[in-house]
Ligand binder design. Sequence first.
Ligand SMILES: Cc1cc2nc3c(=O)[nH]c(=O)nc-3n(C[C@H](O)[C@H](O)[C@H](O)COP(=O)(O)OP(=O)(O)OC[C@H]3O[C@@H](n4cnc5c(N)ncnc54)[C@H](O)[C@@H]3O)c2cc1C
Length: 299
Amino acid sequence: MQSTSQPILKDLVLIGGGHSHVAVIKSFGMKPMPGVRLTIISRDVHTPYSGMLPGYVAGHYQFDEVHIDLRPLAQFAGARLYHDEALRIDKKNKTVICKSRPAVPYDVLSINIGSTPQIGNISGAAEFAVAVKPISQFVDRWKRFLDRLAAQTSPCKICVVGAGAAGVELILSIQFRLKKMFEELGRNSVELSYHLVSKSEQIMPSFPSAVADRFDTILHERGVIVHRGVEATEACDGKLILSNGDHLDADETFFVTAASAAPWLIESGFDVDENGFVKVNDTLEILSHPNIFAAGDAA
Ligand SMILES: Cc1cc2nc3c(=O)[nH]c(=O)nc-3n(C[C@H](O)[C@H](O)[C@H](O)COP(=O)(O)OP(=O)(O)OC[C@H]3O[C@@H](n4cnc5c(N)ncnc54)[C@H](O)[C@@H]3O)c2cc1C
């Protein structure tokens, strides 16, 4: 907590411990602003660095290496850290409405809450599959999957839905980890098969075709079956149903589909783009709401 005799003149509130806010908190600790009280509201105390998630899945990194513990960082900055989830902004009263604690007042607010893959429109996905974000949920499910697989003696089919860079990286990381695990268990990794579902004919459609071709070759060499030009329409126990009518056997399904914004950004009355992401100016201030900023995937 800030140890200063200076009265609190302004409340600066950060929602989310995303990459941008981590840098802000660190800078604030290095150069505090007299009279400004910093408050962080974050759903996760251990904020993940998603660029390292495939390395975590592959077994190259441990949990602590791919997460930033916000507690010591907040302490360094003399900030209040509320482990809670923001539900919406009450702009009239200038407060953040939270899931578990009383509303948090702000003078200046910043939102850096990331995004999640779109799975809401896929029947059964929330129950029978897991999205790669929120990462804390994914990490729990991944650990349970590893335990289950170690005990399972029958062949196992792994599906990844979404063939952008993250989906391709994830399926190759999963394969790397499971191959090693099976070697250590003295089992044959032929029991494992991998399916990648790509909405577009070409994987990694936002990359130059030379890059996509290279990864196509790698996936082919490693025996990953790519289902092209199809979408997942339904997940159920042990199956993934595709838009072309195919029913894939799926012991575990991971969704790494296009990012979607938190619905509460619209519900809070912010001006958003067609995908629900907040519109900001060059200084990351929300166009429709001065004194409220948004950064990272949310903007
Ligand atoms: C497998 C994978 C690999 C990737 N690799 C790369 C890469 O190499 N390079 C790259 O540029 N991008 C990569 N990305 C994309 C990258 O994940 C995002 O662009 C990045 O994480 C966005 O950062 P952010 O700061 O917006 O949010 P995040 O890093 O997602 O942080 C969001 C924070 O907000 C908190 N939060 C969320 N909702 C709330 C709420 N309602 N209230 C309070 N707190 C909340 C969360 O707990 C978290 O602390 C990858 C994505 C995936 C899935």
